[in-house]
Design a protein around this ligand. Structure first.
Ligand SMILES: *Cc1c(COP(=O)(O)O)cnc(C)c1O
Length: 239
């Protein structure tokens, strides 16, 4: 670990190659896909090196870790995404540093985010997290709204002061009909995105794909891939 920056640069180059190859295979332009590096569990010093290596989009999933890290990196030209399950009592903190919250999955959260974003004088992007393994009005085990709830949430975000509707996000489900079928899951998300854009044309972000399955996401049409392990290394413990 003597040359952390060199290691990060090498990993980034490999991920960049994978994204470029996946774009070429899908007949997509490279600039249609944005890499978001998930820096959760890794220190602010890594975020700083990533910024020096040209990374502009980073993501975190726990407010306790993200808030101090974002503060330490406030001088860097970074867009901060929040991708974790979000409790309403953390909303005030999360909207203070997040540019985009990718895990919006219930109306109560929209109300709280709108109130706090307005109070802070911020405009926060919202992606609706879709749980492809949830039914009716349930939420998914890893967060996310069932597909039937997308329209109502989208309308409420579009009307909420301080928020803008960016699009959709999903995590490939571990259970249900899409378990082990990442490509099919991401294609389903694209269908929901097409439907969403008929009512909200600007909400064209589609966040799907992680270290293990980013090729499937690019093939399906994702605009954003969220990559942690493949850039920073395997996280100790869970995460
Ligand atoms: C951790 C995380 C990622 C990145 O996962 P890797 O497998 O490390 O690439 C992406 N999305 C979400 C929501 C995450 O929590």
């Amino acid at each position: 670990m003597t040359d952390r920056k060199g290691q990060l640069a090498a990993n980034l180059a490999k991920v960049e190659d994978r994204i470029a190859s996946a774009c070429a295979a899908a007949g997509r332009r490279r600039d249609e896909v944005t890499l978001v590096v998930v820096t959760k569990t890794y220190p602010a010093s890594d975020v700083r090196m990533l910024a020096e290596l040209g990374v502009r989009q980073v993501a975190e999933n726990r407010d306790q870790d993200a808030a101090p890290k974002a503060a330490q990196c406030a001088d860097l030209p970074l867009t901060w995404h929040f991708v974790g399950q979000l409790q309403t009592n953390k909303v005030r903190s999360v909207v203070s540093y997040s540019d985009v919250v990718q895990s919006v999955d219930r109306l109560k959260l929209v109300e709280a985010m709108s109130r706090q974003a307005e109070a802070a004088g911020r405009e926060v992007g919202c992606l609706i997290q879709v749980a492809l393994d949830a039914h009716e009005r349930e939420r998914g085990a890893r967060g996310g709204v069932a597909p039937g709830g997308i329209e109502e949430l989208a309308a409420s975000i579009a009307d909420a002061p301080g928020l803008w509707l960016g699009g959709l996000m999903t995590v490939a489900p571990l259970t249900g009909p899409y378990a082990g079928r990442e490509r099919a899951a991401f294609e389903r998300l694209m269908e929901f995105s097409t439907a969403l854009r008929s009512a909200h044309p600007a909400a064209n972000m589609v966040s799907a794909g992680m270290s293990a399955d980013l090729e499937h996401a690019v093939a399906a049409g994702a605009t954003h891939v969220r990559v942690g392990t493949a850039v920073l290394g395997v996280r100790p413990g869970t995460g």
